[in-house]
Ligand binder design. Structure first.
Ligand code: ASP
Length: 323
């Protein structure tokens, strides 16, 4: 694997290898006082963020540091980007200084793909517009695997602002690869117009498009093994997509009552940041059924695994064994 740009077309074998490496890393770091592996010593990772981030940026930094990489963080706001420098020039500047890997977050869909064609470094897509967020989908899959075991045949219900969600797009592709079935539940205004066609490419190869679409959350909850709540992405909205936050919460918020409609074993996920009281009730976000903190924790190990496979990559080796 040279870059991680999308979950679309990522072979199941690669996904499983990444998840297994993340799991092995998690186990090997468990209970250690010093969380430091020498694996990426001498490698330089640059995080280049044109959009705000708490979890993704910090966890890439921690992941790199726990593997002894040198990590440099650049935010568009405090860099020459604010003076008008292009993405290409910024990235070429950083790779001229020796960056081995650029972790890019950008508001334009496709930015990471463009970057991968310009620089000699490995590129990781840390979120490009409404398009893809592959490490989010990998950490979600890692969390679901921990709670549910094999995802083959499981039903994952993705709820909310599908239209603007790179998290939803990455998860749909990845979960289908792992054999899961997807239910999308959203107001009609927050579903992509072409959602029915997303599966055409897949359907032509697998003969199946295991995604259903509905607007009725209460009907979708029983029979779901997991629910993935999405943030309402107001920063990407130009116009009114629903009458009010209150109306949204009434129809699409995960309330205590709705939690009761889920099977006992069902897991609640949210990629964060959460809009509590609107997308998810305070008590539901804090309930033991929610795996939101585990998602964040697994995010570090998954990003370690991705950096390892890109920068030190040998699929048959566990980090720490090679030194
Ligand atoms: N943190 C995720 C992302 O950057 C989800 C969100 O912001 O809603 O896509």
């Amino acid at each position: 694997m040279r870059h991680l740009l999308t979950t679309a077309g990522l072979p199941r074998k690669t996904v499983t290898a990444l998840l297994d490496t993340a799991e092995a890393l998690k186990q090997s770091l468990l209970g250690r006082e010093v969380r430091k592996l020498p694996t990426l010593r001498g490698r330089t990772v640059v995080t280049l963020f044109y959009e705000s981030s708490t979890r993704t940026r910090a966890s890439f930094e921690i992941a790199g540091k726990w593997m002894s990489a040198d990590v440099v963080n650049i935010s568009a706001g405090g860099s020459a980007v604010a003076k008008g420098e292009s993405l290409r020039d910024t990235a070429l500047t950083l790779t001229a200084m020796g960056a081995d890997c650029v972790v890019l977050r950008h508001p334009a869909s496709g930015a990471a793909h463009r970057l991968a064609g310009w620089v000699p470094a490995h590129v990781i897509n840390a979120g490009d517009g409404t398009h893809q967020h592959p490490t989010q989908a990998l950490l979600d899959a890692a969390t679901l695997r921990e709670r549910l075991g094999d995802l083959n045949g499981r039903t994952v219900t993705i709820i909310g602002d599908v239209l603007h969600s790179r998290v939803a797009r990455s998860n749909i592709e990845l979960l289908i690869t792992l054999g899961a079935r997807i239910r999308l539940v959203a107001p009609p205004t927050l579903l992509p117009r072409d959602v029915a066609h997303w599966g055409n490419a897949l359907a032509s190869t697998s003969g199946d498009w295991p995604v259903t679409v509905s607007h009725d959350l209460d009907a979708a909850l029983p029979g779901s093994d997991a629910v993935m709540m999405l943030r309402v992405q107001t920063e990407r909205m130009h116009g009114e997509f629903f009458p009010s936050a209150r109306e949204y919460a009434i129809s699409y918020g995960l309330t205590e009552a709705r939690l009761g409609l889920l099977p006992e074993h069902a897991v609640v996920l949210h990629p964060g940041p959460m809009l509590r009281g609107m997308e998810i009730a305070y008590s539901v976000a804090d309930s033991p059924r929610a795996a939101i903190t585990e998602q964040v924790r697994n995010g570090v190990h998954v990003r370690m695994a991705v950096l390892y496979h890109l920068l030190a990559g040998r699929d048959d080796q566990t980090p720490g064994e090679e030194v």
